[in-house]
Ligand binder design. Structure first.
Ligand SMILES: *Cc1c(COP(=O)(O)O)cnc(C)c1O
Length: 463
């Protein structure tokens, strides 16, 4: 038997990720390190830190895309260097953005031969800023032309997403949020007259209210504003925040008139990265006619070469999400989008029925109308200062199994009611929904055991 000599050098230069230089210490947190580390080690360590982020597919709070086809991932990687603003260097990316704008304007029934205009954004929030600014500038121009004050603009809406509060605060526009009536989960058209006046730059109607998944009645809202105009002369435009609904209603509720079919709807936004099925980082803003987007807001930048009009808060932006949006549109078509959203709506309806059967819950939204989402509350609200279990306890318990099912109060004036909501988006399959239901049942059993004095068991009992 030959005698083997140990090669010391080789023994101490192992090719193991966790033995590479840099792997023996915690990653630097607050200062850039002096030295370098091998790419593989840096990748693995950063990758490992992100294990703590949890699993996005089980996050049933988010409306955003958490599953994408491998082709989308490929297209995103190929677009790594494409700067959307650089329309001279990447004219085909610019062309693809323009095609998406046309497709969406058509999907949302911009009148034939209209001069609809639009742009991509980083999401619905940026789109909301742009649409809000357009309304504010048009109102201001009209007031100035009439020699009237432009000091106190306001924007009227129901329970809106936080981006509209941001718009109000960033651009000095008073946000008049109409409180919910006791029997409604959205703004009611008959409430509008009390909140609108000559300084109202617009009304925002939400197609797919974040808190519960319901559509606001856009046509009735437009009708109420028609009446208001007849009575007072105030001609108030409607902007539809269709962050989620813009990619749902055209496929699941094609006959619902919420879009440019309504003359009063002047602009619409949607999030490509929600039910638009694209990766995070794309939204859309579309105006029914160029006239509704004041020219003063459009910039013509020539120093990248060429001259392309832009309306955006950002300058450089990745092109991949927009390209992936186009991919999704041509890949799925009307049939594919309908099939995907229908599957979600079916899973939502099944979940809603099963949740209603569990006993302690009242379902507020079951996904059979509006967005594919389920929203429910406790049939019997916990008594304050009691040991009754709450939906917050249930959320916490579900989290032990990795599910994020958010609990939060409804907006004013119904903030005494806490609700839970599950968004059924692409990839929340029937099978995942059954797993969630199993865990929900187990959580209920466990929580009831731990809260034996809870409302259901002994209604009159207090500690
Ligand atoms: C998500 C959402 C927004 C914000 O959209 P982002 O794309 O996340 O910026 C605005 N409005 C509504 C109704 C939403 O659901």
């Amino acid at each position: 038997m030959p005698l083997h000599r140990v090669d010391q050098a080789r023994q101490y230069a192992p090719d193991d990720l966790y033995a590479l230089p840099g792997s023996f210490e915690p990653l630097p947190r607050y200062r850039i390190p002096e030295g370098t580390m091998p790419a593989r080690a840096a990748y693995q360590l950063v990758h490992d830190e992100l294990l703590l982020d949890g699993n996005s597919r089980q996050n049933l709070a988010t409306f955003c895309t958490t599953w994408a086809e491998p082709e989308v991932q490929t297209i995103m990687a190929e677009a790594l260097d494409k700067n959307l603003i650089d329309k001279d260097e990447y004219p085909q990316t610019a062309e693809i953005e323009s095609r998406c704008v046309h497709i969406l304007a058509d999907l949302w029934h911009a009148p034939d031969g209209s001069s609809a205009v639009g742009c991509s954004t980083t999401g619905s929030s940026e789109a909301a800023m742009l649409a809000g600014l357009a309304m504010q500038r048009r109102w201001r121009a009209r007031r100035r032309a009439a020699g009237q004050s432009t000091e106190r603009p306001n924007l009227v809406c129901g329970p809106v997403q936080v981006c509209w509060e941001k718009f109000g605060r960033y651009f000095d526009v008073e946000l008049r949020q109409i409180p919910l009536l006791p029997d409604s989960l959205t703004m009611r058209p008959e409430q509008l007259a009390d909140y609108c006046d000559e300084n109202t730059i617009g009304v925002v109607a939400t197609l797919g209210v974040t808190f519960n998944g319901e559509y606001e009645p856009v046509a009735e809202i437009a009708g109420a504003l028609d009446e208001l105009q007849q009575r007072t002369g105030f001609d108030i435009p409607v902007h539809v925040d269709a962050a989620s609904g813009g990619f749902v209603a055209p496929f699941l509720q094609p006959d619902l008139e919420w879009d440019f079919r309504l003359e009063r709807v002047k602009s619409i936004n949607a999030s490509g990265h929600k039910f638009g099925l694209s990766p995070l980082g794309v939204g859309w803003a579309i105006w029914r006619e160029a006239a509704y987007l004041p020219e003063e807001l459009v910039f013509h930048v020539d120093y990248l070469g060429g001259d392309m009009p832009t309306f955006a808060l950002n300058f450089s932006r990745p092109g991949g999400e927009v390209i992936a949006q186009y991919y999704n549109l041509v890949r799925l078509g009307r049939d594919g989008f309908t099939a995907v959203q229908e599957a979600c709506a079916k899973v939502a309806a099944r979940l809603a029925d099963a949740i209603a059967e569990l006993g302690p819950f009242s379902v507020l939204h079951d996904g059979r109308s509006g967005l594919p989402a389920v929203c429910w509350t406790l049939t019997r609200q916990p008594r304050p200062d009691s040991d009754d279990w709450t939906l917050y306890d249930l959320s916490e318990r579900l989290r032990l199994r990795g599910w994020q099912v958010p609990t939060y109060p409804l907006p004013a004036d119904r903030s005494d009611v806490a609700v839970q909501r599950v968004v059924v988006r692409h990839g929340v399959s029937r099978d995942l929904a059954e797993l969630l239901l199993d865990d929900l049942k187990a959580a209920l059993t466990d929580i009831r055991r731990r809260h034996l004095s809870g409302a259901e068991q002994q209604p009159g009992f207090h500690h």
